[in-house]
Design a protein around this ligand. Structure first.
Ligand SMILES: [Ca+2]
Ligand SMILES: [Ca+2]
Length: 295
């Protein structure tokens, strides 16, 4: 009987000491929202008076109460331009797509989600990823090329480009799509307002249905967002190494394993921010479980 219990105990400890952490690294180490930069092709800058065909605002009703999750720019005379990361972060979702010709069509195109810190993510849909060496888990820096604008053909012989951008995040356990405009630096906001004002088409794509440039809705949650956002942003709870939605004894055992060097150290367990996994981190997670400390 005792022998049986001992074996079970050893097995129990071994399981948790070797438990892998499958979450992508949190980068940068912050709870705060990003300050985004709208970076455009530096060698071939936008000509505002000729290059902006139309703008689509965030949050407009696309029919049946389905609100638009993205802001969109329909470019004139421009396609295949590089798309730059608007902030630092971790690639948490990457869907490659090679074809410029059809990436702007509904249900087609590549997609990239970049999580910023603990609570926010930015994403581009309908991108082309040809030639890019990116995968989920990669760290990207603001200004890195993360995709290309798709082709778009509003009428014969008109070659434009198409770009869709979104900001998502979580607050108190709920998931939201946010109006992207609000997250940009003042300099980028000024450029985005110029782009909005130079839209050649002012009676379509929802442009004339809003009073605020880039959308009247500040944020919204939805059933599809509740599924998409945590999945594609790989949002995890700090200290929840076994991914069961709470910080518990098993997670403390995992940190103990790191302290004892039985498990590969993971700096997301550096709760006391001293650059290594130590007894202080173990103490913090134990106190957290007991409700006496915040991670
Ligand atoms: Ca857990
Ligand atoms: Ca530490």
């Amino acid at each position: 009987m005792f022998r049986h219990l001992k074996v079970m105990l050893v097995a129990f400890v071994l399981v948790f000491l070797t438990m892998p952490s499958d979450a992508y690294p949190v980068y940068p180490n912050t709870d705060s929202p990003p300050v985004l930069e709208f970076i455009w092709n530096k060698t071939n800058p936008l000509n505002l008076s000729t290059d902006i065909y139309a703008c689509g605002p965030f949050g407009i009703d696309e029919g049946g109460g389905f609100l638009n999750q993205e802001m969109a720019i329909f470019f004139a005379n421009r396609s295949r331009d590089p798309i730059y990361a608007p902030c630092n972060g971790t690639v948490t979702y990457f869907l490659p797509w090679e074809y410029f010709e059809n990436a702007s069509e509904p249900g087609k195109g590549g997609e990239i989600w970049i999580r910023y810190g603990e609570n926010y993510a930015v994403a581009y849909r309908h991108i082309v990823t040809v030639g890019l060496n990116l995968s989920e888990g990669d760290i990207v820096k603001q200004g890195d090329v993360i995709g290309y604008v798709a082709d778009w053909y509003p009428e014969p012989n008109f070659h434009g480009g198409f770009m869709e951008f979104l900001v998502a995040g979580r607050e108190n356990g709920s998931y939201y799509y946010y109006r992207p405009f609000d997250f940009f630096s003042n300099q980028s906001k000024a450029l985005l307002l110029q782009i909005w004002n130079h839209s050649q088409v002012k009676n379509d794509f929802g442009y004339n249905t809003v009073t605020h440039p880039w959308g009247d809705v500040v944020k919204f949650s939805s059933t599809s967002g509740d599924q998409e956002i945590p999945h594609k942003s790989d949002f995890t709870i700090k200290g929840d190494f076994n991914d069961n939605g709470k910080v518990d004894f098993e997670d403390a055992m995992h940190v103990a394993g790191m302290v004892m060097k039985k498990v590969k150290p993971d700096l997301s367990a550096d709760f006391n921010n001293n650059g290594r996994i130590d007894v202080g981190d173990l103490a913090k997670i134990v106190y957290h479980i007991m409700g006496m400390a915040k991670l």
